[in-house]
Design a protein around this ligand. Structure first.
Ligand SMILES: CC(C)(COP(=O)(O)OP(=O)(O)OC[C@H]1O[C@@H](n2cnc3c(N)ncnc32)[C@H](O)[C@@H]1OP(=O)(O)O)[C@@H](O)C(=O)NCCC(=O)NCCS
Length: 184
């Protein structure tokens, strides 16, 4: 449901569109600021820059949007983009993947991450999924706490080479999406 928009006071969640270069660049700047504030101490600075360049490139994001490969939804508070989520239906039947979820460091712990998780669950439930999965770095304790708080549980542990000599050392966490249809 690409045209869905949800409001609660001055909070608006809306999809990025592929030809809105301004919004895509705003998201890239938000991702850079959030990653550079959060990940030192969890992964190396070199890995942060490598992963930012790989994932937060305007052509990569525009291509994913244009081909309909992923949803990229942004949360604005008083018109300022402060958080975003990227997600898609995985190769596993009825399983959606929450691929990216970031809230600007100055706006964490205000419920925005939880709002985006609930939003993603509703969209993917309507798309026929029953499970939402994600990968989170094993040392990212605050994010793991946030996912536990919002109904996820650890399902497995994985390590994956991502090129450049870097490795992702993650937990896979899962939650049922259907509770959002009842509660949301
Ligand atoms: C993880 C994240 C998406 C959660 O979004 P959020 O808006 O901060 O979370 P919510 O307000 O919905 O939920 C708050 C809960 O998150 C956890 N949390 C978030 N930030 C935290 C922090 N700095 N320290 C400890 N716990 C934290 C806690 O469980 C908190 O609950 P509490 O306040 O009752 O203790 C966000 O904090 C973030 O972007 N973190 C940095 C980047 C990141 O790790 N992203 C996830 C990648 S997999």
């Amino acid at each position: 449901m690409k045209d869905e928009t949800k409001t609660a006071g001055a909070i608006v969640i809306s999809p990025l569109v592929f030809d809105d270069s301004g919004a895509i660049n705003e998201l890239i700047a938000l991702a850079g600021a959030t990653w550079r504030a959060h990940y030192p101490g969890i992964i190396s600075v070199a890995q942060i820059e490598y992963m930012l360049a790989q994932r937060y490139d305007v052509h990569v994001i525009r291509g994913e949007l244009e081909r309909g490969e992923a949803h990229w939804d942004v949360l604005r508070a008083d018109s300022v983009m402060v958080a975003f989520a990227s997600y898609f239906a995985s190769e596993r039947p009825r399983v959606a993947k929450l691929d990216k979820l970031y809230v600007h460091s100055g706006h964490q712990r205000k419920g925005y991450g939880g709002m985006l998780m609930a939003h993603v669950c509703r969209v993917m439930c309507e798309a026929g999924c029953d499970t939402l999965m994600l990968a989170v770095n094993k040392h990212n304790a605050s994010a793991i706490a946030a996912y536990h708080k919002h109904g996820f549980r650890i399902a497995e542990s994985v390590t994956k080479k991502i090129g450049g000599g870097f490795v992702m050392d993650d937990y896979i966490m899962v939650r049922n999406v259907e509770s959002e249809r009842v509660n949301g």
